[in-house]
Design a protein around this ligand. Structure first.
Ligand SMILES: NC(=O)c1ccc[n+]([C@@H]2O[C@H](COP(=O)([O-])OP(=O)(O)OC[C@H]3O[C@@H](n4cnc5c(N)ncnc54)[C@H](OP(=O)(O)O)[C@@H]3O)[C@@H](O)[C@H]2O)c1
Length: 285
């Protein structure tokens, strides 16, 4: 598996990352088939993490808003000795969004006190001494979340204290992504954006990040599982190489300078293997 530098963080991440929404949450999601699917068993979740280790996928993306995802990752990794080496893994989590499984609703809190208690909770749940990456889990009002909340400053302080290695924001709008990179460029080490053929405007954020040495993680690159929609806006030069939507999406995303990792959500080992094979075929070509 190809590894790439994550901007100037000093972290090295696999070009395929593992998104873990489906390890912990089965409500309020837009995946095919909707909500209410069975969460994977501990055996299935362990197999997914073991396969990640074997395939060289070292980036795991989670969040407090993904239900019991953090707790499960922390517990299963501890039970399996992090499959040999905690330091090989780059665990990314977030702050600011709190999902209520009972109501299926999220609420947002980017106050410095909430940010601190959320990070402390993530450290406990993930059973680690330091979090590799913590991102603002932005709301629809993402420009305010990035600029006005004091949350990034609190994360920077926790980074100074050695509790976090890299900080940044997972944004929705292009404007917020650009604010994170340009205005808060000194504050954000990493941004996470939904960049793909249907979200080309986010390429502006990717390029701004590349110029400033801010690492870029890509989310929702398989159209949240609606993979039959992916080819509609795919550039002809990629269509000419393959008609596989997964490989095409990876070629589009990983072919863009500045992108470090394509984070794909899956709960299925067979999909993880397929995605790793597609990433191998696509990366750097
Ligand atoms: N605001 C934020 O910060 C934010 C928002 C969204 C996502 N994210 C992060 O980004 C990750 C990716 O986003 P996402 O999960 O929304 O969407 P995604 O990665 O575009 O798509 C995930 C969906 O694709 C399916 N899938 C995966 N591999 C497949 C394959 N080879 N063939 C067919 N289907 C496949 C998965 O189902 P199976 O389980 O059946 O494989 C799942 O339903 C998330 O898991 C999360 O870590 C962050």
């Amino acid at each position: 598996m190809e590894m790439r530098a994550l901007g100037r963080t000093g972290l090295s991440v696999s070009v395929l990352g593992l998104g873990t929404v489906k390890l912990g949450r089965n409500r309020g999601l837009k995946y095919p088939g909707g909500d209410g699917f069975e969460l994977p068993t501990d055996e299935q979740a362990t197999a997914l993490l073991r396969a990640s280790a074997e395939l060289g996928v070292n980036l795991i993306d989670t969040a407090p808003a993904y239900g019991v995802s953090e707790e499960r990752i922390g517990g299963l990794m501890a039970a399996n000795g992090w499959f040999g080496d905690r330091e090989k893994w780059v665990v990314c989590t977030k702050v600011g969004e709190e999902f209520d499984a009972a109501t299926g609703e999220s609420r947002f809190d980017f106050s410095p006190s909430h940010v601190r208690s959320s990070v402390e909770r993530s450290l406990r749940r993930l059973r680690v001494d330091a979090l590799d990456i913590v991102l603002l889990h932005c709301s629809e009002n993402d420009e305010r979340d990035v600029m006005g909340s004091g949350a990034l400053d609190e994360l920077r302080e926790m980074k100074q204290q050695g509790l976090i290695r890299a900080v940044g924001a997972s944004t929705k709008s292009v404007d917020a992504g650009l604010l994170a990179v340009r205005e808060r460029g000194g504050a954000c080490d990493v941004v996470m954006v939904a960049f793909g053929p249907a979200d080309r405007q986010q390429g502006l954020v990717v390029e701004a990040a590349r110029l400033r040495g801010v690492g870029v993680l890509v989310k929702k690159g398989l159209a949240s599982g609606h993979i039959q929609t992916i080819m509609a806006k795919m550039p002809p030069e990629i269509r000419a190489r393959t008609d596989d939507p997964v490989e095409s999406a990876m070629r589009f995303t990983l072919g863009r300078a500045g992108v470090s990792s394509f984070v794909v959500g899956t709960a299925r080992v067979e999909h993880l293997r397929e995605n790793a094979a597609a990433a191998e075929r696509s990366a750097g070509k």
